[in-house]
Design a protein around this ligand. Structure first.
Ligand SMILES: Cc1cc2nc3c(=O)[nH]c(=O)nc-3n(C[C@H](O)[C@H](O)[C@H](O)COP(=O)(O)OP(=O)(O)OC[C@H]3O[C@@H](n4cnc5c(N)ncnc54)[C@H](O)[C@@H]3O)c2cc1C
Length: 406
């Protein structure tokens, strides 16, 4: 596959290029996607540099992991489903350019439960009355956008996926074209594509401060160095507050532990193809089939609040056991499963859990993306393209209007 075969929003030259030197701060998924879009759509007319405090793929970033959920069903918000459809083709193309698939469309199952200690509405569903009501509105968006899905009664589910078994399960929806993304692979593919597209990569280069100047902006690098750019995109995730002081309360950070289980023996029905990704809407626990030797599960609810990503600590044993116990109540094969390892990541939540994709100054010399609220990986190539277009043109792409800071 050639770059010219990429979807329109990655292959076509920018219509408007007002800024020819773009600096990107942060080499996570959002920064890499932004840099790649700026370089390929800039078609040699835009010089792009990435400044990363550590190295692309370092374990403390939110983008490094074996997997991330990709789904079209994102609640009642039509923009997110539109973006998921656009992202699907981008992920597919990026996988082809990188030589092997990043997106594995094995389906994502949304479970509605009642009783058995699973009565809470769950974070996904708020402020809806019930998980079922939230699903009704969500599938309406899928219908409108012609996204294929199946609505399953408890009995249908048992026939299709007997791994999910509990009297608490009332119904489920299977998002058919959804699945999981190989997260760390995505980062290495994107870095490689960035380098091939001429992006300058500066690892181990922390930006201490950034400020708009007349007709550009200035990056103060640690070690008393300064670099100038026509515009900068800040994609520093939970480290955002080190660079740009957002109003207090704009972002809240919390630890999000991930639990990797050793697959139980005779677990052939816990493998991709036999089992979809799952999200329990009432408990907010979710997980993936066995991939890379382990089966990953997590609780989407905030664990311990933190004020900076560097404050993360190992999770309590009781918490980890609780996540395993909750999931094994509806996937009985996981009862007593052995924990292989845990990893503590973090979410940077905005007040309403919508992404914040905005400009810091009136001239949009400093464009930024944060408040990803644990949802942004799937949309990474779309968010990156929008931030790149914003920075290069100085004009806000129309569909970013609803993601301004509020
Ligand atoms: C546990 C967990 C599960 C998730 N699950 C999903 C999911 O299933 N589906 C989904 O769509 N999304 C999911 N997400 C969300 C998604 O993974 C993140 O929103 C996304 O990866 C964030 O990418 P990023 O580039 O903004 O941040 P990061 O990957 O954290 O990158 C930010 C980078 O900026 C660098 N940096 C910071 N400060 C500076 C500085 N001053 N100078 C230079 N560099 C700097 C950091 O070193 C870091 O590498 C999940 C997130 C977590 C934590």
């Amino acid at each position: 596959m050639e770059i010219s075969d990429l979807p329109k929003t990655l292959a076509e030259p920018f219509e408007r290029i007002e800024r020819k030197e773009i600096a990107v701060i942060g080499g996570g998924l959002i920064g890499l996607s932004t840099a790649y879009a700026a370089a390929v759509r800039g078609q040699g007319r835009v010089k792009v540099s990435i400044y990363e405090a550590a190295e692309v793929g370092h374990p403390d970033g939110a983008s490094s992991d074996v997997s991330r959920v990709f789904r079209h069903l994102n609640g009642p918000d039509p923009t997110l489903t539109t973006w998921a459809k656009e992202a699907w083709t981008m992920w597919d193309s990026l996988g082809q350019l990188g030589g092997s698939a990043i997106l594995h469309p094995i389906g994502v199952l949304f479970l509605v439960q009642q009783g058995d200690g699973t009565n809470s509405k769950g974070r996904h569903v708020r402020p809806y009355e019930s998980a079922g009501a939230w699903l009704d509105d969500s599938v309406r968006v899928l219908d409108e956008q012609k996204v294929p899905y199946r609505r399953l009664s408890a009995k249908n589910l048992e026939q299709l996926y007997p791994q999910f078994h509990s009297p608490s399960i009332e119904e489920a929806v299977l998002d058919l074209g959804a699945g999981f993304l190989e997260a760390s692979k995505a980062l290495s593919v994107l870095l490689d594509l960035c380098l091939r597209a001429g992006v300058e990569y500066h690892p181990n280069t922390r930006v201490a401060r950034v400020e708009p100047t007349v007709g550009g902006c200035l990056l103060h690098l640690e070690g008393n160095r300064e670099v100038r750019a026509d515009a900068v995109v800040v994609a520093a995730n939970g480290w955002m507050g080190d660079l740009l002081p957002l109003p207090p309360g704009t972002l809240t950070l919390a630890e999000q532990p991930l639990v990797y289980l050793t697959p139980p023996e005779k677990a052939s029905d816990l493998t991709p193809g036999r089992m979809p990704v799952f999200i329990s809407l009432n408990t907010d626990c979710y997980g993936f089939p066995v991939h890379d030797g382990t089966l990953k599960i997590a609780d989407d609810n905030p664990y311990r609040p933190i004020s900076h990503p560097d404050e993360r600590r190992e999770p309590e044993e009781g918490y980890v056991n609780g996540v395993v116990e909750t999931v094994s109540r509806f996937i009985p094969a996981l009862k007593g499963a052995v924990v292989d390892r845990t990893h503590v990541c973090f979410y940077d939540r905005s007040k309403d859990e919508r992404f914040i994709l905005d400009a810091w100054d009136e001239d949009a010399r400093i464009v930024y993306g944060c408040g990803m609220s644990g949802r942004a990986f799937k949309f990474g190539p779309v968010i990156g393209e929008r931030l790149a277009r914003f920075a290069v043109s100085g004009q806000r792409p129309p569909d970013l209007a609803e993601f301004r800071i509020r």
